[in-house]
Ligand binder design. Structure first.
Ligand code: PEP
Length: 247
């Protein structure tokens, strides 16, 4: 079983193009000096993709978008389809982030179409799942997460997908799932996958991952990396998380 860890930075709606470029350059330089033991992915705002792509040119750090439209092109004002993201240099795209689900009304059916569109276009979707605090307190966390996983992975080639477990109550709140809780949910997600892919699919944890909790989370057997929001916005907070991800 060999699942190389992945650490992905989701800049959300932060960092103007030159700020994102500077961060990418600084991370790149640090990883040239001491290579990472994990795959590293940066997901800037759409309008910063070009600048970050230039900063990463020729490096092993990959570029991601934060969302994708489920149509490839046409009369969809304001939307960005997978072919445009590939054209902008992306190899990954985040789909179904809880902010998209909660603030923009995305449902499992939308996430499914977006993940399929991503793969159709040649991108690796990072399919985000996670329960709310209310769902956890009602004892429904696993049921909710597994049904999101089932919907989000439907029809996908599981060789080309990442899953990110991000409890909604842990995102941007400073509250993190304990390493044991994260491991339990990751094991449940893994157990729900078809036998052929169970040991192959990489499952990232997200939700207030910081330098001081990364090693404990990433040290758990079914936690294959991290999706990092706030702490990915500065080299000094992101680099220690990348360093904590060991094969
Ligand atoms: C995220 O945006 O996916 C995330 C996990 O955010 P934060 O690390 O800030 O909680």
């Amino acid at each position: 079983m060999s699942r190389r860890p992945v650490v992905a930075g989701n800049f959300k709606m932060n960092l103007l193009a030159e700020e994102a470029r500077a961060l990418a350059s600084s991370l790149r330089a640090a990883l040239v000096a001491e290579p990472a033991s994990c795959d590293v992915v940066l997901a800037p705002v759409y309008t910063s993709l070009h600048a970050v792509r230039e900063a990463l040119e020729g490096s092993s750090i990959a570029l991601a978008a934060q969302d994708v439209h489920f149509e490839d092109g046409g009369a969809f004002t304001g939307a960005v389809g997978a072919p445009f993201l590939v054209d902008a240099g992306c190899t990954y795209v985040i789909v179904g982030h809880s902010e998209r689900r909660q603030l923009f009304g995305e449902r499992d059916a939308d996430v499914q179409k977006k993940a399929q569109a991503a793969q159709r276009g040649g991108l690796v979707p990072i399919v985000c799942v996670g329960e709310t605090l209310e769902e956890r307190e009602a004892g429904r966390a696993e049921e909710v997460v597994l049904s999101q996983v089932k919907a989000g992975l439907e029809g996908l080639d599981l060789d080309r997908v990442l899953v990110a477990y991000e409890p909604v109550w842990a995102i941007g709140t400073g509250r993190t799932a304990s390493p044991d809780d994260a491991q339990a949910m990751h094991a449940a997600i893994r157990g729900s996958l078809s036998a052929a892919f169970r040991d192959k699919v990489r499952i990232l944890y997200g939700g207030s991952v910081k330098a001081d909790n990364a090693a404990a989370l990433l040290g758990r057997p079914d936690v294959d990396g991290a999706l990092v929001g706030g702490a990915s916005l500065k080299t000094e907070s992101f680099l220690p998380i990348i360093r904590a991800a060991k094969h």
